[in-house]
Write a protein that binds this ligand. Structure first.
Ligand SMILES: Cc1ncc(COP(=O)(O)O)c(C=O)c1O
Length: 423
């Protein structure tokens, strides 16, 4: 092919990603249909009051046309009202909130707004994979700092709180070019909710070195322990923090692609400018539906239901690990659980395809589970750099945001692991 027809490096030169490997394994599995606990999409619909709001919005002329680039005023006001109890004040809908096409595009806009080529962004491992290409697009350099699982994680079920950051390691990662730090709490895939003490340490470092905090809080309505938002630690921290939200996660509607960023006007205005360049404005009828969702959620008892329902799914599903004697990280938030498979012995002569055999053990575990049991999970080493992949090679990530029947089916299939478990 002519050199001029070649794609840019930012979208080529990628090795096969985890999603295509897992989909390929799923398609090739003899256990059809497989139970898909891999990707974090919901296996059920948003509640009726939100669905009906979306249907109603489609009948209104103005809801089918362009929205203002920064988002529909009704949604920004509804977000301001809904977050006021958590912030201790009302954010200014005009200057402190901007609507984006999902959290993902919001974060891309934030990096586009502040990163010049060569600027460094600190990302904790394991990371949500989209951060990486979003940072690379404007030419940012990613500096990785690993989260460390508890040493006893291979034989004991412990709280996800036990995954920790080495703060000396974090400080060593900071250079004069460090422009931003990405935080994710509640955390995907670990299920950790950062404690106030941990957030204070991160915030102090960011204040000292004047680093913008991009706090990805898309699972902010799913916490099972006290949840602190880093922006609320102090007015000084708030000034350097952009908080990310997602209607997809909040309202069980990941396909709606509605998200938002909240922060001081000095930061938000540039994120809005980048967002306008990227996609001009976001989906109008679904912004309207999300506005109604926020307006009614409290009265419907929806936020409490979110927590109760997801916790009960966690308990329902995780009982399989207790039954099998496999340890897991007890999630403090979100809808993922990391189970530890160090006790599972894979057959020595198992015919893994070459591209799976050469990846860390968690890829082989995931492949094996799909082929032999028909259950799909995600190998978390995909969310680490090669140098640190070994840290999680015994873990697999399961998404529990599925109907209870699906969780029961998955448990029944996972009982097939018994014969591979060594004690
Ligand atoms: C940690 C984290 N951040 C952001 C996103 C993306 O959210 P959205 O679907 O609103 O773009 C996800 C989706 O899985 C996620 O897990």
């Amino acid at each position: 092919m002519s050199a001029k027809l070649q794609p840019a490096a930012r979208v080529s030169n990628r090795r096969q990603d985890v999603w295509s490997i897992i989909n390929e394994a799923a398609a090739a599995s003899p256990k059809q249909p497989i139970v898909n606990m891999g990707q974090g999409f919901f296996g059920y619909n948003p509640p009726d009051f939100i669905l009906n709001a979306a249907k109603g919005a489609l009948d209104r002329v103005e809801c089918n046309q362009y929205s203002p680039t920064k988002g529909r005023p009704r949604l920004k006001k509804a977000i301001s009202d809904a977050y006021a109890p958590h912030w201790g004040r009302k954010l200014d809908p005009e200057t402190e909130i901007t609507i984006t096409t999902g959290a993902n595009e919001g974060m891309l806009s934030a990096f586009m707004a502040f990163i010049e080529p060569g600027d460094e962004v600190i990302v904790f491992e394991p990371f949500f994979d989209q951060y990486i290409s979003n940072i690379e697009m404007p030419g940012g350099k990613i500096v990785y700092v690993p989260m460390h699982p508890p040493e006893e994680g291979g034989f004991k079920t412990l709280s996800a709180a036990e995954w920790t950051i080495d703060f000396a390691e974090l400080e060593r990662a900071i250079t004069p070019r460090t422009k931003m730090l990405v935080l994710n709490t509640p955390h995907n895939p670990v299920g950790k909710v950062y404690s106030r003490e941990e957030l204070v340490k991160i915030a102090d470092l960011c204040l000292k070195h004047q680093i913008i905090i991009l706090s990805d809080e898309v699972y902010d309505r799913l916490f099972y322990v006290p949840f602190t938002r880093i922006a609320t630690l102090s007015p000084e921290v708030e000034k350097i923090t952009i908080t990310v939200g997602s209607a997809g996660k909040n309202f069980y509607a990941t396909g709606w692609r509605v998200g938002w960023l909240m922060g001081p006007p000095d930061l938000i205005q540039y994120v809005s400018a980048a967002h306008t360049r990227i996609c001009y404005s976001s989906v109008s009828p679904l912004q309207e539906a999300c506005a109604i969702g926020f307006e009614q959620a409290e009265a419907e008892g929806f936020w409490d239901t979110c927590i109760t329902d997801m916790r009960s799914k966690m308990t329902l599903f995780n009982s399989i690990w207790d039954e099998l004697g496999l340890p897991y990280s007890e999630p403090e938030g979100g809808y993922f659980v990391m189970a530890n498979f160090s006790k599972v012995e894979l057959p020595a002569d198992y015919p893994f395809p070459a591209h799976v055999a050469e990846r860390p053990r968690d890829f082989q575990l995931a492949w094996f589970l799909i082929q032999e049991l028909g259950v799909a999970a995600i190998p978390p080493s995909e969310f680490y750099t090669d140098a640190n992949a070994h840290i999680v090679e015994d873990y697999l990530r399961f998404a529990v945001c599925k109907p209870d029947e699906v969780l029961e089916d998955a448990k029944e299939r996972l009982r097939g692991l018994k014969k591979y478990i060594k004690n």
